[in-house]
Design a protein around this ligand. Structure first.
Ligand code: COA
Length: 319
């Protein structure tokens, strides 16, 4: 696996200078201290490529061995072509299949599930799964409900068949489109294509009903973990590490309290990166991976939630 975050750090104190907020409020209400932000014309594909290169190097896999490049993102470089095709071009890969998937902050959980199907069916041997987002490109910095939360980053896995009983054991995926209006970028698609009016009204920015998204996340977090564990025939006690989507420390604390999971088993790095959307789970996992803490046989649970509304969980036995 591999990850990439931009070099530029935006602290809560920096935000205090551009929007009506405070370091104390952001820490207390979200747990975030700083986040990474892209600069200039850096796009999502640039983050994705650097994470992908790191993952390929880590696995000792050459790009020509990759059968499918699957990018999960909700901040693609452009509507089309897919970011996966732009990544393919930058990696000098030819012939591999390439496409994007969009499940917002649940993207990596959906992506892991879809990528593994191609391997399980025998259609592909090697899948490059990349979760990359550059949300700060779509933030209205004067909107304190969103500007304090999001950051940019990317994470990637090179996936191959594992020994029986290892790898992805189960997935639980869910969605409720009736919550579509709670978190969205309204303009730039076929409903509100870019226009003078859409720009004037700020419809290209992320809009979020924070308190409703918060209530939804708190409700589905424990349920998603439990359902994925049930499908794998495991219990909460079997979890070695829980890797939750890094949106808000209060959502994570509520979820683990209701599940009865000890905080020592929960990976948290949102203080350093904020909510990096689809990249947040691989970025958090990488903290464990690079310190050599993961052992073969460890049971990991990923849990995520986000726009759509979408949510889900993966149970993985580390290989
Ligand atoms: N700085 C200072 N004050 C802020 C603020 C900020 N950045 N954002 C909101 N406030 C104020 C509000 O104006 C309100 O003030 P009031 O009581 O005087 O009216 C007060 O803080 C509480 O506002 P509220 O919106 O209820 O805050 P909250 O505790 O729900 O926190 C979020 C706001 C956005 C941090 C929180 O709702 C959240 O994390 N939601 C989920 C977001 C999420 O997970 N999104 C991604 C899904 S993938």
């Amino acid at each position: 696996m591999g990850v990439y975050v931009p070099n530029k750090i935006l602290t809560n104190n920096d935000l205090e200078k551009i929007v009506d907020t405070s370091d104390a409020w952001i820490r207390a209400r979200t747990g975030i201290v700083e986040r990474r932000v892209v600069e200039g014309d850096t796009a999502t594909s640039d983050l994705a490529v650097l994470a992908a290169k790191a993952a390929l190097e880590d696995g000792g896999v050459h790009i020509d061995e990759v059968d499918l490049i699957l990018v999960t993102t909700s901040t693609p470089d452009m509507i089309f072509p897919s970011t996966a095709c732009l990544v393919q071009k930058k990696l000098n890969s030819r012939g591999a299949a390439a496409f994007d998937m969009q499940a917002a902050c649940t993207g990596f959980i959906y992506g892991m599930t879809v990528a593994s199907q191609f391997i399980e069916t025998g259609m592909y041997k090697t899948v490059l799964l990349i979760g990359a987002d550059a949300f700060t490109k779509h933030i209205n910095w004067k909107d304190r409900g969103t500007s304090v939360i999001f950051g940019d980053g990317a994470g990637a896995f090179v996936l191959r068949e594992a020994d029986k009983g290892y790898g992805l054991l189960s997935s639980y995926l869910a969605a409720d489109g009736s919550g579509a209006d709670l978190l969205k970028i309204p303009a730039g698609g076929s409903y509100h294509p870019g226009s003078e009016e859409s720009v004037r009204e700020g419809l290209h920015f992320v809009y979020m009903n924070g308190s409703e998204v918060f209530k939804f996340a708190v409700r589905i977090f424990p349920e998603a973990v439990q359902r994925a564990l049930d499908k794998a025939g495991l219990t909460v006690d079997d979890i070695d590490y829980l890797v939750p989507h890094q949106a808000n420390i209060r959502i994570i604390n509520s979820g683990i309290e209701r599940l009865g999971i000890n905080k020592d088993k929960v990976v948290i790095n949102l203080d350093r990166y904020g909510n990096t959307s689809t990249a947040s789970i691989p970025l958090a996992l990488y903290d464990l991976y690079k310190t050599g803490s993961l052992k073969r046989g460890d049971v990991l649970v990923f849990v995520g939630f986000g726009a759509g509304l979408t949510w889900g969980a993966n149970v993985i036995r580390w290989y």
